[in-house]
Design a protein around this ligand. Structure first.
Ligand SMILES: C[S@@+](CC[C@H](N)C(=O)[O-])C[C@H]1O[C@@H](n2cnc3c(N)ncnc32)[C@H](O)[C@@H]1O
Length: 299
């Protein structure tokens, strides 16, 4: 954005200018993003913004809005600027230390709740969320299932701090044990037996990362994206670990990349998991795989 082009007198002119800058940069939903960003910058709701289109802007407001728009034009995702993202109908804090929760991940929560639904809801149930990130999966699960206890692991201390903050904000921190560690290592070391292992691990093939959207490749944590050469590194280590910690009849629910269903199902089958199901998203892509642990490895 050329500073000279930024001379809005009113909120409405600022909105128009922001939409046009965003269109020039081919930002996905220019009007929506401009409204959310300006509302954030002015400390009002979107409805409040639209009610103030004729209001004049102070010099301070012009400068602040100009800086926010500039930041978005560099490719920084809107959610890292506002610090917020909705998931499962709940408002989450997000920082650049965590992946921005995606709507597709709600399919994993739905699948896990459906499988847990077959269990006695009055019994305490232990699950793990491996790679907790912002806490999206963990918090949604804990809110839905008050007897659920969650072991939430991540390699990133900074991500764990964000997840803890979200759990506190949503009143479920008492149901969650946050532990820094590699995949299910903390559960294995502590001898914890689990009824379910949930995970949305990094699964993008390393070589594909540079060609992702600039918002993702340039701003989201590599640790949350990079699944090694073919994207399957975490599943190769996590699936055998899950067999060690799951109770007989326990299950895994794993988010996967759009074409990884066959490969991950193969890893689960080789490990002795049963009832393997691949769930597709609204676009028809592989998105979640679930499987039940029968209690012993097939030979
Ligand atoms: C794709 S993000 C998912 C975050 C969150 N669960 C969600 O669904 O929005 C993957 C997360 O796994 C973490 N991670 C990556 N490698 C890990 C490992 N070996 N052990 C534990 N966590 C790991 C990353 O730091 C990141 O927070």
């Amino acid at each position: 954005m050329n500073r000279l082009e930024w001379k809005p007198a009113t909120v409405g002119e600022a909105l128009q200018a922001a939409v046009s800058f965003f269109m020039q940069k081919e930002i996905g939903s220019p009007r929506l993003e401009a409204e959310v960003l300006l509302a954030y910058g002015l400390g009002v709701s979107r409805a409040g913004l639209l009610a103030r289109l004729r209001d004049r802007l102070s010099d301070d407001q012009k400068e602040r809005l100009g800086e926010l728009i500039q930041r978005r034009l560099t490719g920084c995702p809107l959610q890292y600027i506002t610090g917020r993202q909705e998931f499962w109908g709940l408002d989450f804090t997000v920082t650049p230390a965590v992946l921005i929760p995606r709507p597709e991940t709600e399919l994993l929560v739905e699948a896990a709740l459906a499988l847990l639904g077959q269990r006695d809801r009055t019994a305490t149930t232990w699950i793990a969320d491996v790679g907790v990130g912002s806490g999206a999966i963990t918090v949604a699960m804990a809110r839905e299932h008050p007897r659920l206890q969650v072991l939430a692991t991540d390699l990133s201390e900074a991500a764990l701090a964000v997840a803890r903050q979200n759990a506190e904000q949503h009143g479920v921190a008492g149901q969650i044990r946050f532990t820094q560690g590699d995949l299910l290592g903390p559960a294995i070391e502590a001898g914890i037996r689990l009824n379910a292992v949930l995970s949305n691990p990094p699964y993008i093939p390393a070589g594909d990362i540079p060609s992702l959207q600039r918002e993702v490749a340039g701003f989201e944590p590599k640790l949350a994206l990079d699944g090694g050469e073919d994207g399957l590194d975490c599943y190769r280590r996590l699936i055998p670990q899950a067999g060690l910690v799951l109770e007989p009849g326990g299950f895994v629910a794993l988010e996967i990349g759009y074409n990884q269903g066959g490969d991950v199902a193969g890893l689960l089958e080789a490990q002795g998991f049963a009832d393997i199901r691949i769930i597709r998203d609204g676009q028809g892509h592989d998105r979640v795989v679930t499987a039940v642990w029968p209690g012993e490895k097939k030979v």
